[in-house]
Design a protein around this ligand. Structure first.
Ligand SMILES: [Fe+2]
Length: 403
């Protein structure tokens, strides 16, 4: 049959963006935001953030202002399906009517997952995961929209999860990170406070910063990119290039810290507006699931090989990203200018002490796991918008090259 579609993505939609508050001290408004959202008893969902004092502070603010609260603090990096279900049980058994997620993407996504589970009679969270096949836009119609409010208090400058509609949850039964896109899942309000963000340890600042950058460069080269997302992503690339080193090595540098908060939020908004992630996130999710390595680090070690793979499909976009990183590309050919982006990225990764590839040596990945990478990527969202079409043999070759 003749394919009558004129373009691959002929009509594009944005998602409504919820309230985002960014600024020094904004976490102190958490109780006011709960009250505005109608929350009388909040479940705090978090990894615990031990040693920072942040959770005690949030509890204190809520209690002092008349918002009762309970805490679920067993979320881990790469949040697992059973953690979402445990958090849901606590939510239900303690009579909470809203959620306050405190942390980075793991805490926010676990909270989104529990709200979706609660809206859908306690269904196993990954039964609502979205794929290319069967078509997710049809599948999501089966689920009741989320109405439980979520106040997301950010403590990292990385994920953008505090303002996006999707949640990435590890399905431990099939060893894959899967995306939930249940309607209404976007947090009600995001509070991004540099006072909290600057408490990250150095390596987390670096890894989460590269995650922000990965949202930007993957969104910029994505086939699903639109002018809204392109503008945001170029802005993120510029800000990260100018501030991530300074922020990583001195989190008390208030200008760099504040700038990374803006970049992180802009990257999240770009994803939310429809800019997609691609091969780096697609393969990175599986690396995180198999080895439990940090999401940002997984993206970082896959950046160069993943985007070298994409480079021939859209060299002009890489050239534009090199320019956004401060490179003078005048007089260069398109391919020479595109190469400059890779030079800049290699320098940035080296400055942040991150080694590309070497997946076996760095993370203990096993040869027999490579097939699992390809199978998982084959039906994930991430290859849909990736600028180079999916090809099993080519992906296999890419992975062999960085094993
Ligand atoms: Fe990410």
């Amino acid at each position: 049959m003749i394919n009558k579609e004129m373009f691959q993505f002929p009509i594009r939609y944005t998602s409504p963006i919820h309230r985002i508050a960014i600024g020094w001290g904004v976490h102190q408004t958490v109780a006011d935001e709960c009250k505005a959202a109608g929350i009388k008893k909040a479940l705090i969902v978090t990894t615990g953030l031990k040693g920072t004092g942040i959770i005690d502070e949030i509890r204190q603010i809520l209690t002092a202002n008349g918002v009762a609260n309970e805490t679920y603090d067993k979320v881990t990096s790469n949040p697992k399906d059973y953690q979402v279900m445990e958090a849901y049980d606590v939510y239900r058994n303690t009579g909470c009517d809203g959620v306050v997620s405190v942390g980075g993407g793991s805490s926010h996504d676990c909270a989104k997952g529990l709200r979706s589970v609660a809206a859908n009679k306690g269904i196993y969270v990954c039964d609502m995961a979205a794929f290319i096949d069967p078509p997710w836009m049809e599948e999501v119609k089966k689920y009741k929209p989320v109405t439980i409010p979520q106040v997301a208090v950010n403590t990292t400058a990385g994920t953008g999860a505090e303002c996006t509609f999707a949640a990435a949850i590890t399905n431990t039964r099939v060893r894959a990170k899967q995306l939930l896109v249940v309607p209404g899942q976007t947090p009600t309000v995001a509070l991004i406070d540099p006072l909290l963000v600057r408490l990250m340890p150095k390596h987390i600042a670096a890894w989460t910063g590269i995650d922000t950058l990965a949202h930007a460069f993957e969104g910029y080269v994505s086939k699903t990119r639109v002018p809204y997302t392109a503008a945001l992503m170029l802005g993120v690339i510029k800000i990260v290039a100018e501030n991530l080193r300074e922020f990583t090595y001195n989190r008390m540098n208030h200008i760099a810290c504040e700038q990374m908060c803006w970049a992180e939020s802009m990257g999240g908004a770009g994803l939310h507006f429809g800019g997609g992630t691609g091969i780096v996130h697609g393969l990175g999710h599986t690396l995180s699931v198999l080895t439990d390595c940090h999401h940002g680090l997984a993206n970082a070690v896959l950046t160069i090989p993943g985007e070298r793979y994409n480079q021939p499909s859209c060299p002009e976009k890489f050239a534009e990203m090199a320019q956004a990183m401060g490179v003078d590309i005048r007089g260069l050919t398109k391919m020479q200018a595109a190469d400059k982006w890779f030079e800049e990225m290699e320098r940035l990764l080296a400055d942040l002490n991150i080694t590309t590839g070497h997946l076996h040596e760095q993370f203990g990945l096993q040869q027999e796991d490579l097939e699992h990478f390809i199978n998982t990527y084959a039906n994930s969202f991430h290859h849909e918008g990736n600028p180079r079409e999916f090809d099993r043999a080519e992906i296999s070759q890419l992975l062999e090259g960085i094993f």
